[in-house]
Write a protein that binds this ligand. Sequence first.
Ligand SMILES: O=C(CO)[C@H](O)[C@H](O)COP(=O)(O)O
Ligand SMILES: [Fe+2]
Length: 221
Amino acid sequence: MSVKAKIGPSILNADLANLAAESQKLLDNGADYLHLDVMDGNFVPNLTFGHPMVKSLRNKIKTAFFETHMMVQNPAQWISPMADAGVNLYTFHIEPVDDVCMVSRLVQEAGMKVGLAIKPGTKVEDLEKYISIADVVLVMTVEPGFGGQSFMADMMPKVKWLRQNYPNLDIEVDGGVGPKTIACCAKAGANMIVSGTAVVGATDQRQVIREMRDVVQSYLK
Ligand SMILES: O=C(CO)[C@H](O)[C@H](O)COP(=O)(O)O
Ligand SMILES: [Fe+2]
């Protein structure tokens, strides 16, 4: 298997007034990438931040890999500004999008990798037809919109099915993932782990990140 274990902390529940410092601390403590949750108050009942904030963060943090998790109704609208802001991986939900292939192509043409996300109520079969164009697939393990929710273990059959059928696919999980739930994700075959509250709120971020990466890597071998 060629995929690697990667931990991408979500800064959703961090101190957003101190975003650059909080992000740098996570990277210094071993984060493999940063997961930036963008919400439009429409696709999900919450608002976070947009491309101006991401661009400001990029000005402070030059080299880290940035994923934006686009919980927005119209992901095509934000491709160009997010590419300009220095985003590396543009992950959008397939649910509100009529032409996923076209939006994915626009993301690639803008120079970003494509992530395709599904909400808990969306079947993995709905995602399957797009896997060949995705760099990453994201299986949500909470209802998108808020950090700090409980992990939905009943999403693991989706991850398991994806791993069995696509051994080299980057499979990401997001929502309620931390030291208590990581084994469940790792066993199912997830290799990209988003973790917000459990990492950001930890007294020893380095230890939590290392522990989760080790568990995931042990199942990939
Ligand atoms: O996309 C998200 C919520 O919609 C967040 O990435 C996710 O909830 C991470 O936070 P936590 O680990 O606290 O659940
Ligand atoms: Fe997210």
